[in-house]
Design a protein around this ligand. Structure first.
Ligand code: SAM
Ligand code: SF4
Length: 321
């Protein structure tokens, strides 16, 4: 097992199975930069082999499938079916929801029990402005379909000043009515937002969100797992919501995440520009591959920040959020 000086190890693996996306969200990619796949993307069996090697060297309990948009990957079905061979405590998926209606039955028949759907607004015009693709009704129908098939659903929303300030309570009400936990993700300085005034112009803090919600509901904070990134709150008798407060309350000290991109790179930290190629190990005899991977993982874990997230040049669409 690879452990760093702060006692951190890799317990959560996030696999970005494609860098391509049918949306181009304003906070994720700059305008005009969308859809591209990785130059030499890993195929389904290579992704599964990477997962296998990583689980041999790290006590990985949780795996999240992400992207780009995972539901447009040609390897989605193969990768998800292949996860049946592993013994993870938790397999989850993050999706923009556009194609969820058609995929919900398949997803529910596999090891995935919970999904996060990204939804920043309930206003169709604002939806097009923020997501620069897709349509709101398909996402809402996708959420309904996922719940109908017994999947536990959370909604991820990134609040931005010009995008969806008026949607905070509307989204919360939509989620409370459906027994969905809403998670606000504070805007992160990733990709084009790093070093740009757009970040400070658009950033909405956890304090602001809590004040807005406090005008309507009473709530209190509840306990979370030691390496949870979300600060959770309960609205008694109504439900829960959370805030991933990357900026306001960084959680680097307890970070257990490891990210694999569809081009075969490991990322130990979103704040680091370092990435570590492992696609060259996937066709090797396993013992040989594991020796080299173990050595590389010591560099991957060394990329973690000790206390606070500083932002990074990597585009979220590539590394998977
Ligand atoms: N396409 C899928 C989706 O949007 O759900 C999965 C990949 S997306 C990169 C994963 C998550 O990252 C989404 O919930 C998205 O809102 C979030 N995200 C992207 N860019 C972000 C940023 N700059 N700050 C905070 N969250 C961001
Ligand atoms: Fe695509 Fe998700 Fe990025 Fe939006 S946040 S552009 S849906 S990868």
């Amino acid at each position: 097992m690879i452990v760093d000086r702060q006692g951190r190890y890799f317990r959560n693996l996030r696999v970005s199975i494609t860098a391509a996306c049918n949306f181009a969200c304003t906070y994720c990619v700059p305008e005009g930069y969308r859809r591209q796949k990785a130059k030499r993307p890993l195929n389904g069996s290579q992704l599964l082999q990477a997962v296998k090697l990583l689980t041999r060297l790290n006590p990985i309990e949780k795996l999240r499938i992400t992207g780009g948009e995972p539901l447009i990957s040609e390897y989605f079905d193969e990768f998800v079916s292949g996860l049946a061979a592993f013994d993870f405590k938790d397999v989850s998926l993050t999706t923009n929801g556009q194609f969820l209606v058609g995929k919900a039955a398949f997803i529910a028949s596999q090891k995935i029990r919970r999904i996060n759907v990204s939804l920043d607004t309930l206003d169709p015009v604002k939806f097009r402005a923020i997501n620069r693709g897709g349509d709101l009704d398909s996402v809402l129908n996708g959420i309904d379909a996922a719940q109908k098939h017994g999947l536990s659903v959370k909604v991820n929303a990134v609040p931005t000043r010009s995008g969806n300030l008026d949607q905070i309570v509307k989204l919360l009400d939509y989620c409370l009515q459906r027994n969905i936990e809403l998670r606000f993700i504070e805007l992160m300085k990733m990709g084009h937002l790093l070093g740009s005034s757009e970040f400070s112009n658009e950033f909405v803090s956890m304090d602001y969100l809590l004040r807005e919600i406090g005008n309507v509901y009473d709530f209190h904070r509840v306990e979370t797992a030691f390496d949870s990134t979300s600060i959770r709150f309960e609205i008694p008798g109504k439900g829960f919501f959370g805030v991933i407060a990357n900026e306001s309350q960084p959680f680097c000290e307890s970070c257990t995440r490891l990210r694999l991109s569809s081009s075969g790179y490991l990322h130990g930290c979103l704040s680091s520009t370092n990435k570590h190629y492992i696609a060259d190990l996937l066709e090797m005899p396993e013992n040989e591959a594991l020796g080299i991977l173990g050595e590389r993982l010591t560099h991957v874990i060394a990329d973690k920040q000790s206390t606070a997230f500083r932002g990074g040049q990597t585009i979220m669409r590539v590394v998977g959020g």
